[in-house]
Design a protein around this ligand. Structure first.
Ligand SMILES: C[S@@+](CC[C@H](N)C(=O)[O-])C[C@H]1O[C@@H](n2cnc3c(N)ncnc32)[C@H](O)[C@@H]1O
Ligand code: SF4
Length: 483
């Protein structure tokens, strides 16, 4: 695959890898792969915890995994931690404490680091969440999905509406900073139903809210037995109504599915970065304004969903690209201080920051002075634990080539409503912006992006037809907009 990034014939054609003067900010993702029950729409790496979870063994595996990864991130500060799943809130506060203590003992964690735990209603006990807070976790992401009993049932959720409300009350009592996940476009859902869910969520004044359009993913129960879903027009009407409601209540729509209240929650989101490195960062002049974000293709950039673009990348167990002791010794950028409730961890994905992912099936993206490397860990929890104990849980590893990095950057950064500073591209992708000039010109002609010499952002049309916009950077024809 050429990546269509316009390299042919240019000096970049000879360059096979990106090059970096400074490294991006680093985030840590920790995957916990168990749930009470598998939801029929879910394609995340999650497994039913029949007969309990090997909590101790898994914590040891995570720590071994982290130890093995340390040489690759040596000396780099971590600005956010996201403990995702699965249902990480099934683990005990003692397990979380052991994991976070191990992280702190091994990596320099920024003093104001955002530390998020994903939690499901149905796993909420007040005392347990008070103890989670005491471990240093300072942000909760609660998977509500809907407040409507019929829709919760259709989604196969283990909780009802009362439990959803109780979970939010417990979250609110213990955490200043929390997110509620909702989905729309649910079986039999009307626009009024979708609005009622959003209004119910707004009633709890969450600092952050994510509203995902339900997608039918391969290898799910819903894919095999598709439910009747609202048609595209109805789903578009729901999306428009949700965005209008949230705007009316002061939420900023900053990413495809993410909404944040202005003004920082009291902890875990504001930040003076107590870094000597902050001084080294240019304050203006085309450098990255703020490494925003949290993502996967449909909301978070799910670390488990980042497509492997190279055919070779699908091969398992390739020769290692990274050698122990290969910490770069380079300075890395600190994220700009934030004073709102946007999710820092996801903003880091969306601004093409680096992340180390540990745990079953976790993905990593790590930059070095002369290349970007992606890794995927062993997916099956049992195999993961055995492999981590034996010395390496990495199952795939590949270098991102100069020709595909443009698409990968855009796939993240164009999700952001306000787009990105033009200078961020070279800084994070490691190739000059002119590597994607033809694609940018085409996207602009089609009305999918707006740009000047400082900033590049998707237009409302580009936001609506994001896939068409991204296809331009893959070298494929786009359908939306004028040609
Ligand atoms: C890692 S998942 C699960 C978090 C948590 N286990 C839960 O279910 O509440 C994070 C979020 O992705 C969203 N999600 C999962 N599957 C989805 C799908 N097929 N379509 C749209 N959103 C989805 C849900 O809103 C979910 O809360
Ligand atoms: S949606 Fe959440 S609770 Fe349901 S199976 Fe997926 S990760 Fe588990």
């Amino acid at each position: 695959m050429s990546g269509g990034s316009g390299l042919a014939g240019s000096p970049l054609a000879a360059r096979r890898s990106p090059r970096f003067a400074t490294l991006p900010p680093l985030a840590l993702y920790i995957h916990i792969p168990w749930c009470v029950r598998k939801c029929p729409y879910c394609d995340f790496n999650s497994h039913e915890a029949r007969g309990g979870m090997p909590e101790q063994e898994y914590v040891s595996a995570l720590i071994a995994d982290l130890d093995q990864a340390l040489p690759l991130v040596w000396g780099r500060r971590v600005y956010s931690v996201f403990i995702g799943g699965g249902t990480p809130s099934l683990f005990s506060p003692q397990a979380m404490d052991a994991i976070l203590s191990a992280v702190r003992a091994r990596l320099p964690l920024a003093s104001d680091a955002e530390i998020t735990l994903e939690a499901n209603p149905g796993t909420f006990e007040a005392e347990k969440f008070r103890q989670f807070r005491a471990t240093g976790i300072n942000r909760l992401s609660v998977g509500i999905q809907s407040f409507n009993p019929a829709h919760l049932k259709a989604l196969g959720r283990i909780h009802d509406e009362t439990e959803a409300r109780r979970a939010i009350e417990i979250a609110r009592a213990n955490f200043d900073n929390f997110n509620l996940d909702l989905m729309y476009g649910l079986p039999q859902q009307t626009v009024a139903d979708a609005c009622a869910d959003i209004e119910a969520a707004i009633g709890f004044a969450p600092p952050h809210l994510s509203a995902y359009h339900l997608t039918i993913e391969p290898n799910t129960y819903f894919h095999r037995f598709p439910p009747r879903l609202p048609d595209d027009d109805a789903a578009a009407a729901m999306q428009a109504a949700i965005e209008a409601l949230l705007a009316e209540h002061g939420y900023e729509h900053y990413e495809t599915s993410a909404f944040a209240r202005p003004g920082a929650p009291a902890e875990g989101a504001a930040g003076s970065n107590d870094l000597e490195l902050t001084d080294a960062i240019p304050k203006s002049g085309g450098s990255a304004p703020d490494p925003a974000g949290d993502a996967r293709l449909r909301g978070r950039i799910p670390p488990t969903h980042i497509p492997d673009l190279s055919p070779k990348g699908r091969e398992e167990a390739r020769a290692p690209l990274l050698l122990p002791g290969e910490g770069s010794g380079m300075r890395d950028r600190a994220p700009a201080p934030r004073s709102d409730a946007r999710c820092r961890h996801n903003l880091n994905y969306w601004t093409f920051g680096d992340y180390l992912g540990i745990g079953a099936g976790a993905h990593s993206k790590l930059s070095f002075p002369d290349r970007i490397v992606r890794q995927v860990r062993c997916k099956q929890p049992k195999q993961y634990m055995t492999s981590a104990a034996e010395g390496s849980a990495i199952r795939q590893e590949r270098e991102v080539s100069a020709s595909e990095v443009g698409f990968e950057f855009m796939m993240n950064a164009l999700r952001l409503t306000e787009g990105f500073a033009a200078g961020l591209f070279a800084e994070r992708a490691g190739v000059p912006l002119n590597a994607v000039l033809k694609e940018l010109d085409l996207a602009e002609r089609r009305g999918l992006i707006a740009r000047d010499h400082l900033r590049i952002a998707p237009t409302p049309l580009g936001q609506r037809f994001l896939n068409d916009l991204l296809q331009i950077f893959l070298g494929e024809p786009a359908h939306a907009g004028n040609s």
